[in-house]
Design a protein around this ligand. Structure first.
Ligand code: GAP
Length: 511
C-alpha cells in the first residue's frame, strides 16, 4: 500500500511538473475535485478522445456522432430518473465529521478480503511453481475459500440492501463488519441517507421568471432526446449507434484520487440502438469490442478485468465495468450497460412524442433497446498516464524517468534538436520542424546538452528525438532516437514523416 501511495504521488507530481494537469484555480488554493489540463495534458486528452472517436465513429459505418448541449430541458432529468434516483448513499462519521459513501466503505472492505485471497494465491504460486493449479487451489484452500465467500456474502448483502432501498441495513452491515473511518479509526456513524448528485443552476434574468436547470450528469440523455433527429436525417437503420463526447457534472461527495473522481469531467459515450430481444447479443459484442480497444493501446492485458454488476442502475437489465489496475488498485474505467427501452420509453411518456423506429424487415414499429458504452475521458487519461510513468535502471548504473505513452496518443510526436547552436544546424532543424508540423505536433529544442534534452523528452513522453549534426549538411540524414528502446539510427530527412507516421497513426494501433 505504501508503495502504491508513493507511486500515485509521483504520478500527480509528474503530471504537474510536465504541464499535464494543474489543480483548478490554484492561485486561490484550488477547488476540490476540479482540475485543469495544461499544455501537454490538453494534447494527450485530445488524442485519447480522437482515438476513441476514430474507433467508434469512423470504423463503424453504422455509428455517427453528435454534440448535444450541456443544458437540457429540465423534464429530461425527470424522465431519465435522475431527479428521483441519481443519488449516493452517504454516511457521516460523528467524531471526524467526515462524510463517506456507505457503499464504497463496504466495497473497500470486500476488496481487502479479495487482496488477502490474492496474497495467499501468490504465495502458493511461488511455493508450487510450475505444478500450481490456481483454480483448484482457489476452490479448496480453506483460507482462500473463507475470504472469497465472505467477500461474495458482503457484496450480495450490500446489493440487496441497496436494491430494497433499505439504508438501515447498509448501516447495520457497516457496523457488523466493524468498518471504521479510514482516516481516524472511529466507528461512531450516523444513519445512511440518499444524496442527489446533480448540480442545479438557473436559466433566466429575474428570480421570478428563472427556470431551474441541471448541469447534465451524463451525456447519454442528449443522445436519447436526439434519437429520432439523427435516425431520420441520417436515414439510419437499426442496429445503429450515436457517439458523443462532452462534459458531465456530478456533485461527488467522496471526491478523491486525483482525476479518478471529479465533479466536472468528460465522458465518451455511445448508445447503440437495437431490436428488442437482441440486446444481449450486442451487449456481449460491445463488451468484447471495448476491451479490444483498451488493450490495443498496449498498457498490458493483465491490467484489465470485467466486473459484472450485482446492483443494477435503475435503467439497466445487464451491466459490466471494464476495470483497470490504477495505482490504487482495480477500479471502474468504463461501463457497458444494457439499458433496455427504459430511456426512450420514458422520454415518449414525458414528451408525448413517439420515439420509435419502423423496421422494414419486421414491418413494425418499436421502441429500440439500447446498449451503451460509457467511458470517462479523464479516467482513461489517468490509466494511460499512470501506467506510462516508469523509472528505469540503465545499464550504466544511472536511472531515467520515462513516460512511455502509447505513441498514438503522445502529445508531442517528435522533438527536433540541432546538435549545436551554430554552423547552420539550427536552420536545418527549424526546416524539419516546418515540414513535419503539418502532420504532427513537433517541437524544436536547442537548450542544454543533448543528453539532457533526451531525458527531458523521455519524461515528457515524446516518442522520437531527431538530432541534426554536422554530417546532416552533407548527407541530408539525421539521427532518430526511440524513447522506449533508446536506440538511435541514421535515416534520411526525407523518410522522417513516414517513420513517425508508422508509429503514431491510429491505423497502426487499431488496424
Ligand atoms: N451514461 C452512463 C453513465 O454515465 P456511469 O457508470 O455513471 O454511467 C460512466 O459513468 C463512466 O464515466 C465511468 O465508468 C467513469 O469512467 C466516468 N465517470 C463517472 N463519474 C465520474 C467522475 N465523478 N469523475 C470522473 N469520471 C467519472
Amino acid at each position: 500500500m505504501a508503495n502504491q501511495d508513493d507511486k500515485f504521488k509521483k504520478v500527480i507530481a509528474h503530471a504537474k511538473e510536465y504541464g499535464y494537469i494543474f489543480g483548478s484555480s490554484e492561485i486561490y488554493d484550488g477547488l476540490s475535485a476540479v482540475y485543469d489540463y495544461g499544455q501537454n495534458g490538453v494534447e494527450l486528452k485530445k488524442n485519447i478522445r480522437d482515438y476513441w472517436w476514430k474507433s467508434m465513429v469512423y470504423m463503424h459505418q453504422n455509428i455517427v456522432g453528435l454534440d448535444a448541449s450541456i443544458f437540457m430541458h429540465p423534464t429530461t432529468w425527470k424522465a431519465s430518473g435522475h431527479v428521483d434516483a441519481f443519488s449516493d448513499p452517504l454516511i457521516d462519521n460523528k467524531d471526524s465529521k467526515k462524510r463517506y459513501r456507505a457503499d464504497v466503505l463496504v466495497e473497500d472492505y470486500a476488496e481487502k478480503l479479495n487482496i488477502k485471497a490474492e496474497k495467499e494465491i501468490t504465495k502458493a504460486k511461488k511455493r508450487f511453481g510450475e505444478t500450481f493449479d490456481e483454480a483448484q487451489f482457489k476452490a479448496t484452500n480453506p483460507r482462500v475459500v473463507k475470504y472469497l465467500t465472505q467477500k461474495e456474502e458482503v457484496l450480495q448483502r450490500l446489493a440487496k440492501s441497496l436494491g430494497d432501498e433499505n439504508l438501515a441495513d447498509v448501516k447495520a452491515l457497516i457496523e457488523e463488519l466493524g468498518i471504521a473511518d479510514p482516516d481516524t479509526g472511529s466507528k461512531n456513524w450516523t444513519d445512511v441517507r440518499q444524496f442527489n448528485l446533480m448540480f442545479g443552476t438557473k436559466l433566466g434574468a429575474s428570480a421570478q421568471t428563472a427556470t431551474d436547470l441541471y448541469l447534465r450528469p451524463e451525456t447519454a440523455q442528449g443522445i436519447f432526446v436526439n434519437f429520432l433527429n439523427v435516425q431520420k436525417t441520417g436515414r439510419m437503420k437499426i442496429p445503429f449507434g450515436i457517439a458523443q463526447t462532452g462534459k458531465a457534472f456530478r456533485n461527488e461527495i467522496v471526491a478523491r484520487q486525483f482525476i479518478f473522481r471529479m465533479r466536472e469531467f468528460e465522458q465518451m459515450e455511445m448508445q447503440f440502438f437495437v431490436r428488442p430481444g437482441e440486446e444481449m447479443k450486442w451487449y456481449e459484442y460491445w463488451k468484447e469490442t471495448r476491451l479490444k480497444w483498451h488493450t490495443s493501446l498496449g498498457l498490458g492485458d493483465e491490467n484489465y478485468r470485467f466486473h459484472d454488476h450485482d446492483k443494477l442502475a435503475h435503467y439497466a437489465n445487464a451491466a459490466a465495468d471494464i476495470e483497470f489496475n490504477f495505482p490504487f488498485g482495480f477500479k471502474e474505467l468504463e461501463g457497458i450497460h444494457s439499458r433496455t427501452d427504459f430511456d426512450l420509453k420514458a422520454h415518449e411518456e414525458f414528451s408525448g412524442k413517439k420515439l420509435q423506429f419502423f423496421d422494414p424487415e419486421l414491418k413494425e414499429s418499436y421502441v429500440p433497446y439500447v446498449v451503451e458504452t460509457s467511458l470517462g475521458l479523464d479516467r482513461m487519461f489517468l490509466a494511460v498516464f499512470a501506467t506510462a510513468l516508469q523509472e528505469e535502471q540503465l545499464e550504466d548504473g544511472s536511472s531515467r524517468v520515462v513516460l512511455k505513452l502509447p505513441a498514438v496518443v503522445a502529445p508531442v510526436k517528435a522533438a527536433i534538436f540541432p546538435l549545436v547552436k551554430k554552423d547552420g544546424l539550427p536552420e536545418i532543424a527549424a526546416q524539419i520542424v516546418d515540414t513535419l508540423k503539418w502532420k504532427f505536433n513537433v517541437v524544436y529544442d536547442e537548450k542544454d546538452a543533448i543528453g539532457r534534452r533526451y531525458r527531458r523528452q523521455d519524461a515528457n513522453g515524446t516518442p522520437f528525438c531527431i538530432t541534426v549534426d554536422h554530417d546532416t549538411i552533407t548527407d541530408q540524414s539525421v539521427t532518430i532516437r526511440d524513447r522506449d528502446t533508446m536506440e538511435q539510427k541514421r535515416v534520411p530527412i526525407a523518410s522522417l514523416a513516414t517513420l513517425i507516421a508508422e508509429k503514431t497513426d491510429a491505423e497502426h494501433w487499431l488496424g
